[in-house]
Ligand binder design. Structure first.
Ligand SMILES: C[S@@+](CC[C@H](N)C(=O)[O-])C[C@H]1O[C@@H](n2cnc3c(N)ncnc32)[C@H](O)[C@@H]1O
Length: 239
């Protein structure tokens, strides 16, 4: 007889893979992934990290060139990047089509416990935050200026589309997910961008920057969010 029977093994796997909510230093929540045993955000502050890496270095930078933007978020996760992009684009009058790709979506109950709407003084937009979590593989017209789609699949399997102005590359760290940070996937991200498109990531590792360069990107080291000296912005040269 097997030592542990199938239902028990299933239960243990489920418990191991459960995410845990934590509070980061700026007061905003994050998750510890049961599957990857990694934090979804910097422990120095989830909101401040998203603000620096994705909103300031990606969205605000690119919106100086165009007010209509297509954005791909690799790792939808807690939805923080998508929600802050929605709030910023509303404030700045941008027209945005946002695609978030997520292989392992969190459940709606966990999403409902996250304090982002309150921490961002956007409690009245909480339903929008939850609607992003509640939808899968269909386009939501969140407002007249903001379209959103959460694609539930591996980035590796996302259907190729050469349309994006911005990629927020927000997978777990290279040590946890080496398959996403090597040349093959960075080449794929390069192809997903329009000429002049920009990829931002919290990662500033030399090996990743070298792979970005060999994919064709021009890379810049920018000051990182609190707790991190540098981050990376990579640009696909305009034609
Ligand atoms: C560092 S977390 C950040 C998520 C998100 N940006 C946020 O603010 O919560 C990385 C996310 O990427 C997702 N992920 C990991 N591997 C993936 C893959 N191959 N394709 C798509 N999503 C993936 C994880 O499930 C997780 O939600």
């Amino acid at each position: 007889m097997p030592l542990l029977q199938a239902p028990f093994l299933f239960k243990i796997t489920m418990i191991q893979e459960m995410n845990k909510i934590i509070q980061t230093k700026d007061g905003s929540h994050s998750l510890i992934s049961g599957k990857f045993e990694e934090s979804y955000h910097s422990k120095h502050g989830a909101i401040q990290e998203t603000q620096t890496v994705f909103i300031d270095a990606g969205l605000k930078y690119k919106s100086e060139f165009s007010k209509e933007l297509e954005i791909l978020g690799i790792g939808f996760g807690t939805g923080l990047n998508a929600f802050m992009t929605y709030l910023e684009s509303k404030k700045e009058g941008l027209k945005v089509e946002y695609t978030g790709v997520e292989a392992y979506p969190i459940d709606l109950g966990t999403a409902a416990e996250l304090n982002y709407p309150a921490e961002l003084n956007a409690g009245t937009e909480r339903d929008i935050f939850l609607s992003m979590h509640g939808s899968e593989n269909k386009t939501l017209q969140i407002s007249s200026e903001f379209k959103f789609c959460k694609r539930v699949c591996l980035f590796e399997d996302l259907k190729y589309k050469e349309n994006f102005d911005i990629i927020y590359f927000d997978a777990f760290a290279p040590e946890a997910q080496p398959e996403l940070w090597g040349e093959e996937m960075l080449n794929r991200m390069y192809r997903f961008l329009k000429p002049g498109g920009v990829l931002t990531t919290y990662c500033a590792k030399g090996v990743v920057k070298r792979c970005l360069k060999s994919a064709g990107f021009v890379t810049e080291a920018l000051p990182g969010p609190i707790g991190k000296r540098e981050m990376t912005r990579a640009i696909k040269a305009p034609k």
